[in-house]
Design a protein around this ligand. Structure first.
Ligand SMILES: *Cc1c(COP(=O)(O)O)cnc(C)c1O
Length: 387
């Protein structure tokens, strides 16, 4: 299931660059591996649509039986249109609008993951108007450090996400007063691109503690949702195209104390779709600077903003050249009028020329979904490789 260079070079001849290439064979293999590992413990995985919401990708993931984790009303509608069932759809987000909440209520989604007292009151009010009872989970801020980039860490007290421990009493009072709310679970999500798996062990221990607080108050929770965030290997995508799902789920089996009949839910985004996507771009110019050489490509931060936004690393391969004898260092940059429009500094590539085709690897997650039209650029097409 290697990167098919011939296919890419052929496509780049009869298709404008840049384009996203989605490797459906790798996607399917990843989904199979995840499903198999989760099924072993009867864990339920919801796919976080925000990572990649291409319809074909969505449908493929849905066909494997994954649920949907949505962070906007539009994502709920998109999930349902693409074959996910409302009873396996969760709705998270720190700022749900009334319209979005109404969508969730009308569609009878599985759960609203609530992040504040006021949000619970608003959902109660809107549910009452419709004569419905909304199922909710409390998104708890566990104060666990995910050891990831500060822009994608979410489970610390300084972050805007979740309900903190000192607010629990108040939440219970609110729930008592809300007849149109049913508490069904607890939700956690500590961050993204987590590669230090000990963070998940810490999360499990915190979840046990927090669960205890609810058990002592005789509050029954049907499910625990530990969120997503499992990272991928951006450095060696060919060596590790599929993440170790077995090791990941085993941590929860080892350290999380579930109550009888309690379900454990996960919300994976990047780990399912990250490595299957490539951003294929063409070298426009080579410019020899004072200190460095620039390879100026026709893709930019408009198609993949992660390096500019989070200083994220993406492996870069020159698909046209296989000779590695004459390696040269390049700053690989896009055409956008921003200095942060740079895919990588001092990237070692074979001697590169105008017209070469370059793959920016692992662009399947948070690539196309964050694309924008700055400089009035077009959103690129998607090419599917079936294998
Ligand atoms: C973004 C997000 C996810 C998915 O994160 P990944 O790092 O892509 O796995 C899951 N749950 C919530 C609540 C999120 O906001």
């Amino acid at each position: 299931m290697e990167l098919n260079k011939t296919f890419i070079l052929e496509k780049a001849c009869d298709q404008p660059t840049p384009f996203y290439l989605y490797r459906m064979d790798l996607l399917r293999a990843t989904l199979e591996a995840c499903k198999k590992a989760a099924d072993k413990y009867n864990y339920k995985v919801h796919y976080a649509l925000k990572a990649n919401s291409d319809p074909k990708v969505l449908q493929t993931i849905g066909e494997f039986g994954f649920g949907a984790d949505c962070v906007s009303g539009q994502e709920i509608l998109t999930a349902l249109e693409n074959g996910y069932s409302a009873s396996h759809t969760a709705f998270a987000g720190v700022g749900k609008t009334d319209d979005e909440i109404n969508i969730g209520l009308d569609k009878d989604i599985f759960t609203f993951n609530c992040e504040s007292v006021q949000e619970i009151e608003v959902i109660n009010e809107l549910a009452q108007k419709k004569g419905k009872v909304a199922r909710i989970a409390l998104r708890i801020n566990p104060n666990v450090n995910a050891n990831t980039h500060k822009y994608i860490t979410t489970g610390l007290e300084e972050n805007k996400f979740g309900i903190n421990k000192w607010e629990f009493e108040k939440i219970l009072k609110t729930l008592d007063a809300c007849d149109h709310i049913k508490l069904t679970g607890l939700h956690f999500h500590i961050g993204s691109q987590i590669v230090d798996l000990s963070a998940y062990r810490s999360l499990c221990l915190r979840v046990n503690e927090i669960q205890q607080w609810f058990i002592e108050r005789r509050i029954l929770l049907e499910h625990i949702n530990v969120g997503g965030g499992l990272g991928i290997d951006y450095y060696q995508p060919d060596l590790n195209p599929i993440i170790d799902f077995e090791g990941y789920f085993a941590i929860f089996n080892d350290f999380l104390e579930l109550q009888p009949h309690q379900e454990l839910h996960f919300e994976l985004g990047r780990a399912l779709v990250g490595t299957m996507g490539e951003l294929i771009t063409k070298v426009l110019y080579i410019k020899n600077g004072q200190r460095t050489n620039f390879a100026i490509v026709d893709a930019g931060m408009t198609e993949l903003i992660r390096p500019a936004l989070y200083q994220a690393y993406h492996k870069i391969d020159n698909i046209s050249k296989s000779d590695t004898v004459s390696d040269v260092f390049y700053d690989v940059v896009g055409p956008i009028c921003e200095s942060s429009d740079c895919f990588g500094k001092r990237v070692k590539l074979p001697l590169t020329e105008r017209g070469d085709i370059v793959a920016i690897r692992c662009a399947g997650a948070y690539g196309q979904v964050m694309a924008n039209q700055y400089n009035l650029r077009k959103i690129p097409d998607v090419v599917y490789y079936e294998g």
